[in-house]
Design a protein around this ligand. Structure first.
Ligand code: PHB
Length: 250
């Protein structure tokens, strides 16, 4: 697309504007968007106005801006994520009903774990994960599964750091993380006690597509001191079913 005088393309600017929205920052003024996207105020107001006209952004009664339902509609059509989520839903519902803790589905996206779905109940404990939110691969149980069963280049890129600390027990030492990933690959599941937050333990298993490739991680977030075996049994069963729904035959 055509370049502006400052050298960044229109697409760059649009992506910067849309990326100022986060799971916890869902409503902003046009001026805040401009500041966060590092755009001159007039450019920000013009771009935001055009995006509102197109329906990709929406303006509320206080003239504050949020992501438009049209953007959700387009993004939700993403065939890959939608197919995976639909294949996973029935099994995820059973895991949540039986274990009664947060049950979530994550995929690898630009070197992070992106959560496509999260089911929670009234009794579920603490959880920092959000639908359409991300966590660092080395810190979350799902991320450890995606790393352990992912490409070697991905693993080496993440091991090269930086390994950000999210809690006291996050593995930030590359050698310790390498050992953990070998263990996850050998066991076929990941347990992450206190890696994301001190009060919980993440437990995750791989989900395979029709070719046997690991395409997602299915996880539960347990209380830190919970027994993990019942959750593991449910997760493995669910992952097998989701794999079968995706056409995976063993
Ligand atoms: C995990 O997957 O390890 C995990 C995710 C969210 C939490 C805690 C643990 O809040």
């Amino acid at each position: 697309m055509a370049n502006s005088t400052s050298g960044d393309s229109v697409t760059d600017r649009l992506v910067r504007v849309l990326s100022t929205f986060t799971p916890t920052r869902t409503v902003q003024t046009a001026a805040e968007i401009g500041r966060r996207a590092d755009l001159p105020s007039s450019t920000a107001h013009r771009l935001v106005g055009e995006l509102v006209d197109s329906g990709l952004l929406e303006r509320d009664d206080d003239r504050r801006i949020r992501i438009g339902v049209k953007l959700w509609e387009l993004a939700t059509r993403s065939s890959h994520a939608l197919r995976l989520r639909q294949a996973a839903m029935p099994s995820m519902e059973r895991v949540q009903a039986r274990i009664r803790e947060h049950t979530q589905l994550a995929i690898l996206e630009q070197d992070e774990a992106l959560f496509l779905e999260r089911l929670s109940g009234p009794e579920s404990g603490s959880n920092v994960t959000r639908i359409a939110g991300r966590l660092p691969l080395h810190a979350a149980s799902s991320g450890l599964v995606l790393l352990a069963f992912g490409d070697r280049e991905l693993r080496e890129r993440i091991l090269a750091g930086p390994l950000v600390r999210t809690a006291a027990e996050t593995l930030t030492d590359p050698a310790a993380l390498r050992r953990k990933l070998a263990e996850v690959a050998a066991l076929g599941y990941a347990v992450a006690p206190g890696y994301i937050e001190a009060v919980s333990t993440g437990v995750a298993v791989p989900v395979r597509d029709e070719t046997g490739t690991v395409v997602a991680a299915l996880s539960v977030v347990l209380r830190r001191d919970a027994v993990i075996e019942p959750a593991l049994v449910e997760l493995h069963r669910a992952a097998r079913e989701i794999g079968a729904a995706l056409g995976y035959r063993r």
